[in-house]
Design a protein around this ligand. Structure first.
Ligand code: DGL
Length: 275
């Protein structure tokens, strides 16, 4: 008899969390998944803690009502601002991405100096600085508010995106140097940013600033953590079932999501979580 597998809810404000879902589907295949993109209320990264917590809690409750037995908050902003509220609101294990990102930075950095790019709300919360400090790392954070809309627009290789990424990274590198840091690791502190990985890598190569900078996206590490925390059978070879939900245009989610996830997203259910 085939053993019963758990259903895990994965949640982001949009398509960014698909970077985490993609890692889960390959590394944590002994589970089925529900994915919710709260596209109607995106971006979270420019909103207050209270608003992000309200949106995140309603999204989490929806996923639990659909049968999620654990939640992966595949959104750095919600993980930074609302993890406590989420854990208080639902009765299932909740795994965020900030801790896993900081742990990956610790494994990567030899100098102990780390740069983080994230949404304005994540940076203002200083959740990454705190998580890095706890691990003996020094972190410098930079808000990159224009990147999420560019990703949601699908402008991945666009010249405007290259220009904006260049401006943000130049600013970050010069601030790190002015602070006397020898940063060798860049954490992509927003689940939308791995979709810009090509542009980010190319920009860092062009800048050739001191030690080669290793880029961390927390998707892989988060998937590893999920396997451990939920005691999933890591060797299971199976095709997980996935159901997708979005709070705004299902067609846009399907088209962009298929591109980003690298596999066809057939049915996306439109849901209404209110304002
Ligand atoms: N993907 C989300 C994150 O990791 C942010 C997107 C948004 O601003 O809504 O922070």
């Amino acid at each position: 008899m085939t053993p019963r597998v758990p259903t895990i809810g994965v949640f982001d404000s949009g398509v960014g969390g698909l970077t985490v879902l993609g890692a889960l589907l390959t590394q944590a295949s002994a589970a089925d998944y529900l994915y919710l993109g709260d596209t109607a209320r995106l971006p979270y990264g420019s909103k207050s803690r209270a608003t992000v917590a309200r949106y995140a809690v309603s999204s989490a409750r929806f996923l639990v009502a659909q049968g999620a037995e654990a939640l992966v908050i595949a959104c750095n902003t919600a993980s930074a601002l609302a993890l406590d509220a989420l854990r208080a609101a639902v009765d299932v294990p909740v795994i965020g991405v900030i801790e896993t990102g900081a742990t990956a930075a610790l494994q990567s950095s030899e100098t102990g100096d780390v740069m983080v790019i994230a949404t304005a709300a994540t940076v203002e919360s200083h959740a990454y600085s705190a998580a890095c400090r706890e691990r003996g790392l020094r972190a410098i954070e930079k808000a990159c508010p224009l990147l999420v809309p560019l990703v949601e627009e699908g402008w991945i290789e666009h010249p405007v995106t290259r220009e904006i990424v260049g401006i943000y990274l130049d600013d970050l590198l010069s601030h790190a140097a002015a602070a006397g840091m020898t940063a060798d690791t860049l954490v992509l502190g927003c689940t939308h940013y791995p979709l810009l990985r090509g542009v980010i890598d190319a920009t860092l190569r062009e800048r050739d600033s001191g030690p080669a900078v290793r880029v961390i996206d927390s998707a892989q590490v988060t998937a590893e953590q999920v396997v451990v925390r939920l005691a999933l059978e890591s060797s299971a070879q199976r095709e997980p079932a996935v159901r997708f939900y979005a709070t705004d245009s299902v067609e846009k989610f399907r088209t962009l999501g298929t591109r980003f996830l690298g596999r066809t997203i057939d049915g996306v259910e439109l849901i209404d979580l209110g304002g």
